[in-house]
Design a protein around this ligand. Structure first.
Ligand SMILES: *Cc1c(COP(=O)(O)O)cnc(C)c1O
Length: 485
């Protein structure tokens, strides 16, 4: 032995670490319990950007000082999605128990690639809960992923392998006897073409089917597309139904799509990143009828379950096909009958090997609140979306741009005698001023060449009065911008 002292990353003084950790929890509770009193979002001061350009330090710094630095530089400038008036894009609002779950998961430290750990049991239990929520049988499989994009990609991989007509894992897409075709509505999320690119099929293997006046997939057009592809020697492989489109929250006719997939021996995938969980909402669960007949469903606990980022989930009816698409073990990872690697091997259900213990934050908040409450919160957000829609409809200064199916409201401020591009510039300015005011965060989109503002009420902290505050801000800010023109 030489005489260089051996080191570790553990605190040299645990009781000091303990008091700092206690302080962090106290501050976190203060931060969350007063969130309503702060602005939703503020732009970063320039000093912050400069501050975070510093190189990695070689020298140590007491944890207390590290935390003090974050109190000045991180904590005042969040995205704001935990605030009751954040309705941009489609975020969850997080929850404190979930944050504790992330902490405890890191303390437990298990790698969820698999193994004989309670963490792996909890991971499987949470997946089983999602299977039950979707009405899938016990024999189905599933896995937690970073988010919806990865969940969809896992499902599309199994769909591709099932219909490739060749052992595509061994021989690749070049060996497929026929080109494959996937179908989704023209409102489908961008993660689908991105996945098909990565899967070697190219994004032209995705046919975007037109949508009706409610932004739902036009079923007659789907039938026509499938028939003409068959006639052209192309193999229809999969229909991706969307339960809750990102633009407007439209829900495709899942029952009919399911029947069409049966008829043509196609894979039926549902992208339910927004709407799959409506199946647990008592007043609206009928809206996602048919989801329980899918071959696979992607859903996003970090959206409507408010799991702190990140957490996605995919469930697959045919567990064998799911496993068959991903199973692979290096020499250094052979399964055993006993010991730590006696299973389960969770990495056999997706692309990732090392996996975090994402299940715990979901598990803890579902245990604490119960599923019924999560269902009621979904109903509550849908009711709030309807309230906002009704208030917009009765206001002559505003116009709705799409029907409100669930909790996503698309509307804009009118201006007299203006071109489409002037209307877009005006509403964009309006959106940015509202974001910058700190009163609320909303986002925008374009629907059939009409630009509009978009409010996604996916937030368990939102109260109806918050939506009144938003409308006042839209009207007042709109009047100010008009007066300056
Ligand atoms: C959000 C969303 C996704 C992508 O999910 P991430 O969790 O952001 O990766 C996919 N599909 C739909 C319909 C979505 O709304």
């Amino acid at each position: 032995m030489n005489d260089i002292p051996e080191e570790s990353l553990d605190p040299s003084d645990w009781s000091n670490a303990q008091s700092i950790a206690h302080k962090m929890v106290d501050d976190a509770i203060e931060h969350l319990s007063s969130v309503r009193d702060r602005t939703v979002w503020q732009d970063l001061p320039d000093g912050i950007r400069t501050h975070f350009k510093a190189a990695a330090p070689n020298d140590p710094m007491p944890l207390e000082d590290v935390y003090d630095e974050l109190k000045r530089t991180l904590i005042p400038h969040p995205m704001g999605n935990i605030h009751p008036r954040f309705w941009g894009w489609y975020m969850g609002a997080g929850n404190f128990t979930g944050a504790l779950g992330d902490f405890l998961a890191a303390v437990d430290g298990s790698n969820l690639g698999g193994g004989a750990t309670s963490a792996a049991q909890i991971d499987m239990q949470v997946v089983n809960w999602f299977k039950a929520m979707m009405g899938f049988p016990d024999t189905a499989s599933g896995t937690l992923t970073s988010g919806g994009s990865m969940a969809n990609m896992v499902a599309l991989t199994v769909a591709r392998n099932t219909h490739a007509g060749v052992d595509v894992r061994a021989h690749g897409v070049a060996a497929m006897p026929q080109p494959l075709r996937f179908y989704a509505s023209d409102q489908a999320h961008s993660c689908h073409p991105k996945s098909l690119e990565a899967l070697g099929l190219g994004n032209t293997s995705l046919t975007l089917i037109p949508t009706d006046e409610n932004y739902r997939m036009d079923i007659a057009a789907l039938r026509t597309a499938i028939a003409s592809d068959i006639a052209a020697g192309i193999k229809p492989a999969c229909v991706i139904g969307t339960a809750g489109t990102t633009n407007t929250g439209a829900i495709d006719d899942l029952v009919t799509i399911s029947a069409i997939c049966n008829e043509h021996d196609m894979w039926f995938h549902v992208d339910g990143c927004i709407g799959a969980l409506i199946r647990i909402a008592p007043d609206h669960r009928h809206m996602v009828a048919g989801i329980d007949t899918a071959d696979s469903v992607a859903l996003d606990p970090h959206k409507w379950l408010h799991t702190p980022f990140e957490a996605g989930c995919v469930i697959v009816r045919d567990a064998e096909r799911h496993h068959g698409a991903f199973e692979m073990h290096g020499d250094y990872l052979q399964m055993q009958e006993r010991g730590l690697l006696a299973g389960p091997f969770l990495a056999d259900y997706g692309f990732e090997l090392s996996r975090g213990f994402k299940a715990l934050k979901i598990w803890m908040s579902i245990k604490e609140h119960g599923l019924e409450k999560f269902g009621r919160l979904i109903d509550q957000n849908i009711a709030q979306g309807q309230y906002l829609t009704a208030r917009i409809a009765e206001n002559p200064v505003l116009e709705l741009i799409a029907p409100t199916e669930i909790n996503i409201v698309c509307f804009r401020h009118r201006i007299e005698n203006a071109t489409e591009s002037q209307i877009k510039d005006f509403n964009t300015e309006l959106m940015l001023q509202i974001q910058e005011s700190g009163i609320a965060v909303i986002s925008d989109t374009t629907l059939r060449d009409q630009h509009c503002l978009r409010v996604a009420v996916n937030n368990h902290r939102t109260r109806t009065e918050d939506l009144d505050i938003l409308l006042d801000a839209v009207i007042n800010t709109g009047a100010e911008i008009l007066a300056e023109r």
